[in-house]
Design a protein around this ligand. Structure first.
Ligand SMILES: [Cu+2]
Length: 616
């Protein structure tokens, strides 16, 4: 008995120790519109706490962060904690209409961000259409107290956020593109920590500068927060040692450049061992679209690495990484870099696959009926399904058993097998996509393999990043051409594949990933493409994963509603009211008194001027 009590006490002490170690942090994020001038033009952008890029969150592995978000901007949005698994905490993941409805202007929402196994760099960003363009920032995750990273401690560190700049209101243009099915806009320049750099108009004065001491080693935390482009990045004269991607350690790769996809984060070590002087860090797009137009952002973004000390610079302009930054279309440079990536140690890759999905990612045509006129429009799709945002977030609809918001029939395979990579594919049925909110349901604990195939429908096959929420996945294989179900699995890396949250499907090729469905109530998203939503069940706790498009072609036809009004409702019942504000189809916040006289707030739907909300 005494022993048992002793044991229990020890256990308690251990638990208390654990509790003491993990810290809880609190942040206020105030979203506002603010004028910024870049490329000689001033425009209003959404920012957090008056900063672009936004504030950095610093934590240790295992900490929890509460972020109070106050939306004082003019547009609804959510925030997403990219790459944070958030065990059993899907409600705080953030994608709009998947885990929550957007935070309306003049409203606030508190996120609880739970860090578990992540260690390295991640980032946070808005997750509503393209608001993440300017609403984003770094998350730095240090090792837990008393532990260190598996490489020699650097002398200092630096955050490099790669972004994209549009001289116009890109959210508006994207909304129009979504409505009309046009292609997505190209940026006017890329940015490093908010600045386009020396080679862009009106930008030379404000180029980002990073000062280093000769002989020191630095950790660069590089984040690709660009909307829609993979980037090559290189520093003139300096090797990069890649040690971590997506907050997971890699076998060190010594390289003269990296290729980083939107959403990815990479930690690289840089030793300042060159002659004292100024050196450009430069990045530009890795362009792989096969479509004939080449209307992409061809700017080179630069920042300057400059050595501290008293010296005459050997040249009047900084050195440029001419020989190490691969050309825009250097496909081999892209592939060979990615082939180097391996987990630091051997990993436990799922081997008892219970769900296998073969998912075709394509740009299809959609027949859109607008006021009686049927038009063909572009629509990104997965297995010919183009994601449509429901009016109630899927997590809530699932949890509360609300029917009619999604269907559980996302297909495991494409509707038709054909030569996905051939040029000039004929206008088959397979070129058309269906609009739908289709969900794939997984049981808790399933081991899943997803093979993504980039289809060349409309000659538009391109490298494209895929991202999973709530989980990391093992990138077990990638290759060119159509996936060969007999041969290609033999080439999988089952020993030390990288464990990441974002990986690219190669242009005209395939990507195979594996993961365990062990995090109920989370979701995954696929950048740009139409999405799949996966719900994983877990005993009495629901589980949602999803792959939704990350701000791309959807059919959302929402009108912003930002006013509250009082509905004369008494008691717990359906609210039924008519609204004559011109809103046709939207979500609105409503306030009313319940039967106890308490003020209750809820979200309601407006359809053809009629408001309905079920208040429980
Ligand atoms: Cu994410």
């Amino acid at each position: 008995m005494a022993l048992t009590i002793m044991y229990l006490l020890l256990l308690l002490a251990g638990l208390l120790l654990c509790l003491v170690e993990a810290e809880v942090h609190h942040h206020d994020f105030v979203v506002t519109n603010k004028n910024y001038t870049r490329l000689c033009e001033t425009k209003s952008i959404l920012v957090v706490n008056d900063q672009f890029p936004g504030p950095t969150i610093h934590v240790r592995k295992g900490d929890t962060v509460f972020v109070n978000v106050y939306n004082h901007g003019d547009i609804e949005l959510t925030l997403h904690w990219h790459g944070v698994k958030q065990p059993r905490n899907p409600w705080s993941d953030g994608p709009e209409y998947v885990t929550q409805c957007p935070i309306q202007p003049r409203n606030n929402f508190t996120y609880e961000v739970i860090f578990s196994s992540e260690e390295g760099t991640l980032w946070w960003h808005a997750h509503s259409d393209w608001t993440r363009n300017t609403v984003h920032g770094a998350i730095v995750i240090h090792p837990a107290e008393g532990t260190t990273s598996p490489y020699p401690q650097p002398d200092a560190e630096e955050i490099i956020i790669l972004g994209s700049w549009y001289t116009y209101d890109v959210n508006l243009v994207v909304a129009q593109d979504l409505a009309t099915g046009g292609d997505l806009p190209a940026s006017n320049a890329y940015t490093i920590n908010g600045q386009p750099g020396d080679f862009c108009n009106c930008s030379k004065e404000t180029t980002y500068k990073w000062s280093v001491d000769y002989g020191k080693t630095y950790l660069l935390r590089i984040i690709n927060a660009v909307m829609n482009a993979e980037l090559f990045f290189s520093i003139s004269g300096h090797n990069l040692t890649l040690v971590n991607q997506d907050a997971s350690y890699l076998k060190p790769v010594v390289t003269s450049y990296i290729l980083i996809a939107p959403g990815q984060t990479m930690n690289v070590l840089v030793t300042a061992n060159q002659s004292l002087g100024q050196y450009y860090m430069a990045a530009h797009q890795f362009y792989t679209d096969k479509a004939t137009f080449d209307d992409y952002d061809k700017t080179n973004v630069t920042a300057i690495l400059q050595y501290n000390g008293d010296y005459e610079p050997p040249t009047t302009t900084p050195y440029y990484p001419t020989s190490t930054l691969p050309p825009f279309t250097d496909y081999n440079a892209g592939i060979s870099f990615r082939n180097e990536l391996k987990s630091l140690r051997d990993v436990d890759v799922p081997k008892n696959i219970t769900t296998k999905m073969y998912v075709i990612a394509a740009q299809n045509l959609l027949a859109l009926n607008s006021s009686g006129v049927v038009r063909s429009t572009l629509a990104a799709s997965l297995n010919n399904v183009t994601w449509v945002n429901p009016w109630v977030d899927v997590l809530q609809a699932y949890y509360k058993n609300m029917s009619g918001f999604y269907t559980e029939d996302f297909p495991d395979n494409p509707p038709e097998f054909y030569d996905f990579e051939s040029d000039n594919l004929p206008v088959l049925n397979t070129m058309r996509s269906l609009m739908g909110t289709k969900v794939k349901v997984l049981e808790y604990g399933e081991e899943v393999e997803m093979i993504f195939q980039s289809a060349n429908v409309l000659n538009a096959s391109e490298d494209h990043p895929m991202h999973l929420h709530g989980h990391g996945f093992y990138m077990v294989g990638a290759g060119g051409g159509n996936f060969d179900f007999d041969e290609d699995p033999k080439s999988y890396n089952m020993v030390d594949p990288p464990f990441v949250n974002t990986a690219s499907i190669p242009k005209s090729g395939w990507l195979a990933v594996r993961f365990r469905a062990l995090n109920p109530g989370t979701d995954s998203c696929l950048v740009r493409w139409g999405g799949i939503l996966i719900i994983a069940k877990a005993g009495d706790f629901l589980a949602v994963y999803m792959s939704a498009l990350d701000g791309a072609v959807s059919s959302k036809e929402g009108v912003k509603a930002d006013q509250k009004w009082v509905v004369p409702a008494t008691g717990k019942q359906n609210v039924d009211a008519t609204l004559d504000s011109g809103l046709n189809k939207s979500r609105v916040g409503i306030v009313f008194r319940d039967d106890k006289g308490d003020i209750v707030e809820a979200v309601a739907l407006v359809l053809e001027g009629k408001v309905s909300a079920e208040i429980t």
